[in-house]
Design a protein around this ligand. Sequence first.
Ligand code: SD4
Length: 320
Amino acid sequence: MSAFMASATPILLSTWSFGLRGHAAAWPVLEAGGHAVDAVVDACTAIEADPEVDSVGFGGLPDRDGHVTLDACVMRSPASCGSVCCLRQHLHAARIARDIMDSTPHVMLVGEAADAYADAVGEPREDLLSPAAAKAWESWKRDGTDVDQIRDAGRPVDRGGGQLFDGERRWAGHDTIGTLALDAMGVLAGACSTSGSPWKLPGRVGDSPIVGHGLYVDPDIGAVTATGSGELVMGVCGAMLGVEEMRRGAEPTEALLAVLERIKSSYDLEEKHQVGLIALHRDGRIGSAALRDGFKVGITTVDGDEILDPEHVLFPGESE
Ligand code: SD4
């Protein structure tokens, strides 16, 4: 069991500047003394519904066959985590993951059966393909036929506004919302929600909904979540590795750098690869790091909202 702090100053921390759109929905709850897990799910739920965020929920880009599939996980602790993969008919993946966490003996449900579970718990069916995403898919089918999304996806650059790609790369990339919260009771929680990589092979699932990869929370230590090229994070169990580094005493950003160094030594990295990581220690210290420039972090505290550059970039100054 964890020894929670008696009280703490609430914090919300998210990947990307569009995370602040989720904080707007979640902060009032957290500030009023609400639970961290409610805040992170509320933040992801707001982003999932936002069509301007083109990499999460409605507005997310589809797979090769034109189907949008959504993945998410939610975590309070090793004994309290839930995950859903490859939803095709329900928008609110984080909320469904939370339901799996709270109401079933399981951690993860996938595919058609996950959609059936969502039906059973009263989640509305929705068409996940936005008109803009459908148009982008048509144009990808016309021009990009055999593009391999892992090799050819562009690197996201956060200029605000919810879209991480522009110009010719406007529809080439992907990213995700990861939100970490510390509530006034000193309890941590995290949630991560994504539409995964565009034009992916049907059935592909990345790091985001996998506990220990895209998100990990240990209530006695801290929380880490990841965004970016999921395949790079999955091979090193990125989020759990970051938490374990904090367990052995690393400062949050130092812990995240250790994850990036492990990625660097494990893969032949290319300029277009990006991984962004954020960490929240249970004592309220925060950390952030990225492989390359372009990543941003959204933070909300009693002092207000802020968009921050990551504290450390492993390969700074490389061209976008
Ligand atoms: C994934 N990391 O599925 C997630 C989200 C993403 O760029 O698309 N990141 O790989």
